[in-house]
Design a protein around this ligand. Structure first.
Ligand code: ZN
Length: 388
């Protein structure tokens, strides 16, 4: 399924040369995150499974719930976190997937965080083990007090007692407490005291949704964000993208460099890959004979481009071997500068070089200009003069 989606998006032809403009996981990112908002079927599936977990918690006892309870136990109706419950080896594939949902996000129990208990009258919420106040169940926040409590399985309401004309929280412990344990009780009281119990029934809230109601869409968005953590740009690459903006070059020039490093410029190789190259347009590089105009070729490996860079690096006083990619070339330029001031100058020259190569290419292609290294170098030199 994912393969079909991918091929559709990139317009791939069977056995053809498919060029992915952007990584699939980036494409699946929401638009606000720089992606295209394409559905990730794997995450859709997880969201649909989460819906079953949510429906189990809702009130009502339809037949399908009765069947599941008979098979797997009563806990499935009132517990959010199942990670400590053994998955029966004879269970169906579907049920095993439902049970394993807790573990799909490595760093935390995302279900426990997403499904929160809202306390009304407190009659059906476990005081210690439900996640009803703060970030986690109280037994995790106050393990010491939990171990000392004589009412480990009691409901919230059991700790809320009428006394005189009002209500107060009351706890009983297995023994007299030490002072530091009394301090813990004080903290516990500070947490629970602002929560007024009411006449309403306790209920579940789905926290990724502002209305508190479960929807596959909100589960999808929440899971998508969680699962794509760490799928951002690699550190070194991110550093490059971070550094290109720190230059006095005009922003349209920098934006072009940015596009280039992402390989999203309309080189003919890229256009062809998108099916945008007209048939009457030559496919060859303007600077040499017989080479396909890919971004790396045009800006780096074309003999004309190499001459340009050799000349540029001669100015900078640096000896280099032409590297395999533009990202590495950028790092070479940036890394060659000895201090902040020269670095700014070097970055400026980088942007100017990229800009002038692209301009010369367009002139050669559309305005009968030439793609001559000497002319390009001269142009870079002039651009430098203007800005320095
Ligand atoms: Zn060439």
């Amino acid at each position: 399924m994912v393969r079909i989606q991918r091929e559709f998006l990139w317009g791939g032809v069977k056995g053809g040369n498919k060029i992915k403009w952007v990584k699939w996981s980036v494409v699946c990112k929401a638009k606000r995150m720089g992606g295209l908002g394409v559905r990730d079927i794997k995450i859709v599936n997880l969201s649909l499974l989460a819906k079953w977990r949510w429906r189990l918690l809702l009130p009502g006892n339809p037949l399908w719930k009765q069947v599941l309870v008979a098979k797997y136990g009563n806990h499935i109706l009132n517990r959010v976190i199942w990670s400590d419950i053994r998955i029966p080896s004879l269970a169906s594939k579907w049920w095993k997937d439902v049970c394993s949902l807790d573990k799909v996000v490595e760093s935390k129990n995302w279900l426990g965080e997403s499904i929160v208990r809202k306390v009304g009258n407190g009659f059906s919420t476990y005081f210690w083990s439900s996640n009803w106040i703060g970030e986690a169940p109280l037994l995790e926040v106050f393990p010491r007090l939990y171990s000392l409590s004589i009412h480990k399985d009691s409901m919230v309401r059991d700790f809320y007692v009428q006394e005189g004309g009002g209500w107060r929280w009351s706890f009983s412990w297995r023994r007299n407490l030490f002072q530091w344990e009394e301090d813990l009780v004080t903290r516990l009281r500070e947490m629970v005291e602002p929560v007024p119990l009411s006449l309403e029934e306790d209920y579940w809230v789905w926290s990724p949704d502002p209305e508190g109601k479960f929807s596959v869409k909100s589960a999808y968005n929440f899971l998508g964000d969680e699962l794509r953590v760490g799928e951002d740009l690699e550190e070194e690459v991110a550093l490059v993208f971070d550094n290109i903006w720190g230059s006095p070059a005009p922003s349209k020039v920098i934006a072009f460099s940015w596009q280039l490093l992402y390989d999203r410029i309309p080189s003919r190789r890229n256009l062809e890959a998108r099916g945008l190259l007209c048939l009457d347009m030559p496919w060859e590089c303007v600077g040499c004979v017989g080479s396909v105009e890919s971004t790396t070729h045009l800006f780096l490996h074309c003999p004309s481009a190499m001459k340009v860079w050799q000349e540029v690096f001669r100015w900078l006083g640096v000896v280099i071997v032409i590297p395999p990619s533009m990202l590495v070339l950028f790092e070479l330029v940036r890394g060659s500068a000895r201090n902040k001031k020269t670095r700014l100058g070097f970055l400026m020259i980088w942007h100017a070089s990229i800009w002038c190569i692209w301009k010369a290419r367009n002139n050669a292609l559309f305005a009968n200009g030439t793609f001559s290294p000497n002319d390009i170098v001269e142009e870079i030199d002039e651009l430098e003069m203007v800005h320095c």
